[in-house]
Write a protein that binds this ligand. Structure first.
Ligand code: ZN
Length: 390
């Protein structure tokens, strides 16, 4: 598949093997002593050790920081920012899945600020308290194809005390350069490939169905959905297929580009479940998705029918598209209900209320209240569509 240099939504060096350009992109950003942020699982693997060797051979003094959990915590970010400051590092290489990318972006933001992390998360104007000039540059290297955090301006960080996921956002948090190298994703096991890949599709579907007027985002979303439908099953079945991996990596960036238009109730519920039960973000979304679409049918039926047309499904209707999502989930061996992840219904009411307060909720295809979101959670928890009507 062809390599390329893309310049929106940020500078992207796309193509297999382009990780070799990592040392070269640092200089123009003034990065001589970067902090390489990754997660604990990835730190010892060749993807990271090879990158560190590449930097060392090029005379770059890089320091590894890998204390990042699957759902990155405020403590992970604060400790990383302290290390960056202590060692006077001049930028961040964020390498890994969404967790490492989000943590890396938050560390690069926080290190130069006077305030505390959560000062920059609460309220719509939180971002105005961030000193833009003090945000350090980030080079993002995704190793999964899902969150698209490499092209996003936000980081989702777990506030352990409040047991909620908070969004830290600033336009200056957009990575300055992305190295989008599909060869880095070939080692992802089939289950993680499926979970992260379907997250990209959820981003695109929720963005497409969000009611705001944003045809640019909608166009990108529809093509991202087509790419995931075409290539995710291939990437899951044959992890070494570089064409499938490359298309999925592009689709993930597209999903995240599209969702600046808005997300919706699937992410609202999924964020809360992830914060309370520490479930995988993409997997949680995959389970909630068909129920969210079913609940939103009155508002997004025409759009779902259009997606059925684009995918050339046997039944060109909204119902046909939702059936396809159920089939795709099954093909990817996604469990049918959150119960299979150990999530019970004991806190359903509270989950509805917390999901209502989630920043994704206002973007939903139609207005929903806490009771609607409680019903959505109950349906996803039990796997029973009838819960949506109760
Ligand atoms: Zn997501």
């Amino acid at each position: 598949m062809q390599a390329g240099d893309w310049n929106f939504p940020t500078a992207i060096r796309f193509g297999a093997g382009r990780i070799a350009e990592l040392p070269a992109v640092l200089g123009p950003l003034g990065m001589r002593r970067p902090l390489l942020v990754t997660d604990e699982g990835l730190a010892a693997l060749p993807i990271v050790t090879d990158a560190l060797a590449l930097l060392r051979d090029a005379g770059v003094d890089a320091r590894l920081y890998s204390d990042v959990q699957g759902n990155p915590t405020g403590a992970n970010v604060v400790a990383g920012a302290a290390l960056l400051r202590d060692e006077q590092r001049d930028g961040v290489i964020a390498m890994g899945g969404g967790s490492a990318l989000d943590a890396g972006k938050a560390i690069a933001m926080l290190a130069g600020q006077d305030g505390r992390l959560w000062d920059y998360a609460d309220g719509e104007d939180a971002w105005t308290r961030i000193d833009a000039a003090a945000i350090l540059p980030v080079v993002a290297v995704p190793t999964t194809a899902g969150t698209g955090s490499e092209v996003g301006r936000a980081a989702v960080i777990l506030d352990e005390q409040a047991q909620s996921k908070k969004i830290i956002w600033h336009p200056g948090m957009l990575p300055r350069v992305v190295i989008s190298d599909p060869a880095l994703t070939v080692g992802l096991p089939p289950d993680v490939t499926a979970w992260t890949g379907i997250d990209a599709m959820v981003h695109a579907i929720e963005a497409y169905c969000s009611p705001a007027f944003h045809p640019m985002a909608e166009g990108i979303a529809v093509e991202a959905i087509r790419l995931v439908a075409r290539w995710l099953p291939v990437a899951v079945a044959d992890g070494a297929n570089i064409e499938a991996r490359g298309n999925m990596l592009a689709a993930a960036s597209m999903g995240a580009t599209a969702f600046q238009k808005g997300l919706g109730s699937v992410h609202s519920v999924s964020h809360v479940v992830g914060a309370l039960y520490n479930t995988h973000h993409g997997l949680t979304n995959a389970i909630v998705l068909p129920f969210g679409l079913t609940q939103n049918l009155p508002a997004c039926g025409d759009k779902l029918a259009h997606l059925a047309r684009v995918l050339q499904l046997p039944e060109v209707s909204a119902g046909g598209f939702i059936d396809y999502i159920f089939r795709l989930r099954q093909e990817l061996q996604i469990p049918p209900a959150l119960a299979q992840l150990g999530v019970d219904a004991a806190r359903a009411r509270e989950i509805g209320q917390l999901a209502f307060a989630d920043p994704s909720t206002p973007g939903n295809a139609m207005p929903v209240d806490a009771a609607d979101l409680e019903r959505l959670f109950r349906a996803a928890q039990s796997g029973d569509v009838a819960e949506l009507r109760s």
